[in-house]
Design a protein around this ligand. Structure first.
Ligand SMILES: Cc1cc2nc3c(=O)[nH]c(=O)nc-3n(C[C@H](O)[C@H](O)[C@H](O)COP(=O)(O)O)c2cc1C
Length: 310
């Protein structure tokens, strides 16, 4: 089964939030509790198991799930995480699960959680009071949930999970350039502070650069501050059997209108500078990295997603 699953148990929501965030980054991925788990999910290639920590222990449902499913889990890639207060070194809490699963555990991670005293039930309220005295921390609301850490773990799992057979550099370069030359429209994304902008534009590809001519507009309010851009060039989606698209990372320069490069480009596009009603601005995007998803790679025996850097 290709789908990835995130199984979790959470009492007050921090572990659930973590499971959901990781599933969103990993997509296609399902997140569910041990009760929601279905037999048909078994034998999936990758599974992430998340537990909250109470009284220095992993959740008992999670422990039971791992014990019950250990035989097929051992043939999968398993990623473990816990949510607790001892985020530094809290991975020790995951040891009982790792002891059952052994080598199929690819990685373990502990995240900081939350305490909202007014939400705790009476039993947890007093248990936590005792716990805080034992470990010498203040008995008060705590929030050490760090979304950046969760995102980083999601990205690390994704990279590990999606590792694919690489196409040789020169061959990939040929397909990359062919795709860029066969297309001429893209979405140019620029950003600065709270301003983000996706602009549909026409481009011309030439020697690892994408050139965009523009009359002007809001995108320049970002580009003047931040040269970092992302672009998408893609086929209209009609099904998984024709997937084709590129996510491009690059840096944008605004080419001086007086420069030779500007004049040559307009000549190439057969535009007469003297006849322009208003000046056109030339954006030159130096491509740094391309993530290229193309269904044809699979038929050639390579991973469907290839990474290319000029
Ligand atoms: C009664 C109680 C006991 C706890 N025991 C521990 C503990 O042993 N170690 C720890 O690091 N965190 C402990 N915590 C903190 C929880 O792991 C943290 O609040 C986490 O965010 C809970 O996850 P949840 O919101 O998904 O239920 C405890 C919290 C409570 C209320």
């Amino acid at each position: 089964m290709n789908k990835t699953f995130v199984v979790y148990e959470s009492k007050y929501g921090a572990t659930k939030q973590t499971a959901k965030n990781i599933a969103m980054i990993l997509g296609p991925a399902e997140y569910c509790t041990t009760k929601e788990w279905k037999k048909e999910y078994e034998n999936c290639q990758s599974i992430i198991i998340g537990t909250s920590i109470y009284n220095e222990q992993v959740n008992q449902e999670i422990y039971g799930f791992v014990e019950k499913n250990k035989n097929w889990l051992k043939n999968s890639k398993v990623y473990l995480f816990c949510v607790c207060l001892m985020d530094q070194g809290g991975e020790k809490y995951l040891k009982p699960l790792e002891d059952i699963l052994g080598k199929c555990v690819v990685s373990k991670k502990s995240f900081g959680g939350r305490i909202e005293l007014n939400k705790l039930d009476t039993k947890d309220f007093w248990a936590l009071k005792k716990f805080s005295q034992t470990y010498g921390f203040e008995f008060k609301n705590i929030d050490i949930y760090n979304i950046r850490e969760v995102i980083n773990y999601g990205i690390a799992i994704k990279e590990e999970r999606d590792f694919q057979v690489e196409m040789p550099y020169e061959e990939l370069k040929m397909y990359v350039e062919q795709f860029l030359l066969e297309h001429s429209s893209c979405t140019l994304c620029s950003g600065y502070e709270n301003s983000v902008r996706a602009t549909p534009v026409d481009y011309t590809y030439k020697e690892s650069n994408m050139y965009v001519l523009s009359e002007g507009g809001i995108k320049f309010t970002n580009l003047l501050f931040n040269e970092q851009v992302s672009l998408a060039v893609y086929e209209v989606f009609t099904g998984y059997n024709n997937l084709a698209g590129m996510q491009i990372t690059g840096r944008a320069d605004i080419v001086e209108n007086e420069s030779e490069e500007y004049k040559l480009f307009l000549k190439l596009k057969e535009i007469n500078i003297d006849k322009l009603p208003a000046p056109l601005h030339l954006i030159k995007i130096r491509i740094e990295k391309i993530e290229f998803l193309w269904f044809k790679f699979k038929n050639m025996g390579y991973g469907i997603k290839q990474y290319f850097e000029f």
